[in-house]
Design a binder for this molecule. Structure first.
Ligand code: UD1
Ligand code: CA
Length: 484
């Protein structure tokens, strides 16, 4: 193998008019990762010596987003202005290429389904000196507006022309082999070819100089990728959706191979960076995003929306919505639990139904079974919080932290004023408004005594009946007076 120094060039200066977005197309996310990063990730294993992004005046956001590089890659930026086509974009790169670069891999910024394995297939260009350049092609059922690959009849390994759909004859349009827009060139060949391709001029219809025209200058090794998912390029939102579905399938299949069960997988949305342990089961309608991790044996029965959460082992969660929260092992939660940021539910707890938590550390083995709001609180081990308990953590200005010791028992329908401490083993009587701390072992009662009035109901009814009769009589009189 030659002493290869590879430059990866990502083309992202196109105007993306079909996308109709204020945001640069290649920064739109699929499964939580910007389109261009799927492409950069595919190129990473080739260990490029230089990485160039070609951007336009409406995609300057790229220069800010990747100013510090991407992963292990430093990124150089080349401005293409005006945007006169893919060949013109490559022309702009010439002065930016490091002197020691020997090869160039060209990738369109809108092909998030490309994989490292696809790029591997172009490696012959870097391995054999007689193979100077290659294009990656694919067979697709519906070639749509993609460039059609015409192979050389005498040398079928080579493409002799790539025809853009809008310039193709009806016969050419029937060709199913298309240009993926991915090319690998030996550097000197690249420089000559791009210059020579200029002679074909700009496309009459689009006024653009086409990189595929290099194939017309010098027949090009056309490597057909066996399993390139469609869409090949993402030009509009419908294709964005199709590409995201393809990536979702890949992510799910990856986790299935790692021992995860999906019930009704098509209803589950996953980000690229979730981590699922073996024997996790994911039921219908779950969204696991932003680096959520789920431990072995945990069952997300249905409807769990977990964003940046860490869930331990052997939990059972139903309709749990969690944001930046942690659940330890053997926890049962739901249905309908809303864990807001800073929640930590420790092992063996039972939480829900209808419970909201925020910035709350719930001690091991605690029970919060029905209808609670627990905000800004630390609960010791084995607390039991009765139905309808509210932690009143906000006075309009301050967030106040409540602390419960080990084994505290709160009776149903109690309000706990923020800032109090209920010490180890204390009880709170049901329906209490707790405004003072409760010492260890004490019973806190914060409500009026109950009074029973014997035989009072009959007297009460009579009084109420008379009040009603009096009101009706008054009404009648006033109507009589106004009637004249
Ligand atoms: C291109 C190919 C087509 C191929 C298809 C694969 C050309 C002329 N056609 O078509 O053969 O089948 O990709 O998806 O190359 N770009 C620039 N500067 C420009 C124009 C485009 O950087 O002046 C960038 C775009 O941002 C995009 C990429 O190049 O990331 C491809 O351009 P696009 O306009 O999407 O080309 P297609 O019509 O999809
Ligand atoms: Ca495209």
């Amino acid at each position: 193998m030659q002493n290869v120094k590879l430059a990866v060039v990502i083309l992202a200066a196109g105007k993306s008019t079909r996308f109709k977005s204020k945001k640069t197309k290649v920064l739109h996310e699929l499964c939580g990762k910007p389109m261009i990063e799927w492409i950069l990730d595919a190129a990473l294993p080739l260990e490029p010596a230089q990485t160039i992004i070609v951007y336009g005046t409406h995609s300057t956001a790229l220069t800010e987003t990747y100013a510090a590089g991407y992963s292990s890659l430093e990124i150089d930026f080349v401005l293409q202005e005006p945007t006169l086509g893919t060949a013109h974009a490559m022309e702009q790169c010439k002065p930016a290429l490091n002197s020691d670069i020997t090869h160039l891999l060209v990738l369109p910024g809108d092909s998030p389904l490309v994989t490292a394995a696809h790029l591997e297939q172009l490696k012959p260009v870097m391995q054999h000196s007689h193979v100077t350049h290659a294009v990656l092609t694919a067979d697709v059922a519906d070639a749509g507006d993609l460039g059609r690959v015409l192979r050389d009849p005498d040398y079928p390994d080579l493409a002799s022309r790539i025809v853009e759909a809008h310039e193709a004859t009806p016969k050419e349009l029937r060709i199913n082999e298309i240009n993926t827009g991915i090319y690998l060139f030996e550097r000197s060949v690249f420089e000559n070819l791009v210059e020579a391709a200029d002679k074909f001029g700009a496309s009459e219809k689009k006024g653009e100089y086409y990189l595929p025209d290099v194939v017309r200058v010098a027949p090009t090794l056309a490597v057909k990728a066996a399993d390139f998912d469609t869409p090949i390029g993402v030009n509009d939102r419908a294709q964005l959706n199709l590409a995201e579905q393809a990536l979702l399938r890949r992510i799910r299949e990856h986790w299935m191979a790692e021992g995860v069960t999906f019930h009704l997988p098509d209803t589950t949305y996953l980000h690229h960076n979730v981590e699922l342990a073996p024997d996790v089961e994911v039921g219908p309608h779950c969204l696991l995003t932003h680096g959520t991790k789920v431990g072995s044996g945990t069952i997300l029965v249905q409807g769990c929306l977990l964003e940046t959460c860490v869930v331990g082992e052997n939990c059972e969660l139903r309709h749990v919505r969690g944001l930046m929260s942690v659940i330890d092992d053997n926890v049962t939660a739901g249905p309908y639990v809303n864990m807001r940021p800073g929640t930590h539910i420790r092992s063996n707890c039972k939480v829900g139904n209808f419970v909201e938590t925020k910035n709350a550390d719930i001690g091991e083995g605690s029970k919060l079974p029905h209808l609670q709001y627990i905000g800004d609180a630390t609960l010791g081990e084995g607390c039991n919080i009765g139905a309808g308990t509210i932690f009143c953590n906000y006075d309009g200005f301050n967030k106040l932290h409540t602390t419960l010791g080990k084994g505290v028992f709160i009776g149903s329908n109690s309000s706990i004023q923020g800032g109090v401490t209920i010490e180890e083993g204390a009880y709170v009587a049901m329906a209490s408004a707790i405004t003072m701390s409760v010492p260890s072992g004490a019973l806190g009662i914060g409500r009026a005594h109950q009074v029973n009035k014997p035989d009072y109901v009959e007297r009460l009814k009579n009084r109420l009946k008379k009040r009603k009769e009096k009101a009706e009589a008054l009404k009648k009189n006033s109507e009589g007076a106004s009637g004249g």
